[in-house]
Design a protein around this ligand. Structure first.
Ligand code: SF4
Length: 64
């Protein structure tokens, strides 16, 4: 079965760039699980990735 792709935008304060911004995130729905595939920011590379409140919204979209 084909994967479903979901695109969502999240806004908030980005500590890495010290500004309010909107980040477009792409999720994939596969076998009933939703996973974050990519984010239009430095998520995963920037030092605030784990504590980022903006990206917390994206993490909450994922299946636990
Ligand atoms: S993960 Fe880093 S680059 Fe992405 S929004 Fe958060 S602070 Fe900014």
């Amino acid at each position: 079965m084909d994967d479903d792709f979901i695109e969502e935008m999240f806004s908030g304060f980005c500590k890495n760039f010290n500004e309010t911004r909107t980040v477009i995130c792409e999720f994939v729905k596969r076998d009933g699980q939703i996973r974050l595939e990519s984010a239009g920011c430095a998520y995963g590379k920037c030092p605030h990735s784990k504590t980022c409140i903006l990206m917390e919204q994206a993490r909450e979209m994922e299946t636990p």
